[in-house]
Design a protein around this ligand. Structure first.
Ligand code: OAD
Length: 262
């Protein structure tokens, strides 16, 4: 790898190459370039739908048809999306033995579609629907049709198997994610505003356990400047492309001193 100098991307690539046990924590920002809007900000979902009215378990139990107005948009948009260069870049880093797991707050399945193998779905997945009455589960693509509210065989309205506000994080996902955070060498925090608990605790857990925290986000977040060690400002696809370029440059210059770092 080339000398990092003052280039933060090179510095991040060097850390990733040295430590080889990175974990990524991703949020809605990584899927923006796949055409899926993020939640916060002027164009975000929560500018259109008040999350307290449309995204709580209580709201779903009280008025599932109203909540499905928002869910219909999410399911449609996720159904048409395909992974972008950032999802593919993370999958490539996993294939190279640099990244060992992805913890995602996203429910769109795009990390798996890009080829990532160890994906911890912290907020569940849109792929599945569940009946909150009889607990029967269905594949969304087999049960949902655009414009219709999906029903269980018992006639109750189905809920996507995602975490709504007021629901706990799936126990295993939370345990495994925290263990990954405690034991990784680098935590890459990509495309999240880090405003939702307990996901926003993961960077702090990693940092307190000795990991370097590399943030990829065009904007400042509550992590930048305190938990974050290196902030790479830019879109996830562009920054990951440049990180991968650093690895290729390393392969092309075998005499470079850092090439020995494994
Ligand atoms: P947010 O919408 O809160 O934040 C998205 C972040 O992505 C922002 O910090 C943007 O600056 C950044 N961003 C935008 N475009 C980007 C790009 N091309 N590359 C990199 N970063 C980019 O989304 P999350 O932090 O994921 O939970 O939101 C967390 C949780 O809040 C979601 O999982 C969802 C939501 O309410 C539940 O519904 C339980």
């Amino acid at each position: 790898m080339r000398a990092s100098g003052s280039d933060p991307i090179r510095e991040a690539a060097r850390l990733l190459a040295e430590r080889r046990n990175a974990v990524a924590l991703t949020g809605a920002g990584i899927s923006v370039e796949s055409g899926i809007p993020s939640f916060r900000g002027a164009q975000g979902m929560w500018a259109k739908y008040d999350p307290m009215e449309y995204a709580t378990l209580h709201a779903f139990m009280q008025s599932p048809r109203k909540v499905w107005e928002m869910l219909t948009e999410m399911v449609s948009v996720c159904g048409f999306a395909s992974p972008n260069a950032a999802h593919k870049g993370l999958a490539a880093l996993e294939g190279m033995g640099v990244v060992r797991a992805v913890i995602t707050q996203n429910v769109d399945g795009l990390h798996q579609a890009a080829g990532s193998r160890r994906v911890i779905e912290y907020h569940g997945s849109m792929e599945e629907l569940i009946c909150v009455h009889c607990w029967k589960r269905y594949l969304t693509r087999e049960r949902w049709t655009p414009g219709a509210v999906p029903l269980c065989d018992c006639d109750e309205i189905l809920k996507p198997n995602v975490v709504l506000f007021g629901e706990p994080i799936p126990w295993l996902a939370q345990e495994v994610a925290e263990e990954e955070a405690r034991t990784c060498g680098v935590l890459m925090v990509i495309g999240t505003s880090a405003q939702v608990s307990p996901a926003c605790d993961i960077p702090r857990i990693a940092k307190e356990s000795g990991a370097a925290v590399v943030e990829i986000n065009p904007e400042e977040t509550s992590l930048s400047g305190n938990v974050t060690d290196i902030h790479l400002r830019g879109s996830a696809s562009e920054v990951l492309r440049r990180i991968l370029e650093e690895f290729s440059a390393d392969e092309e210059t075998p005499s470079s001193p850092s090439h020995k770092i494994k």
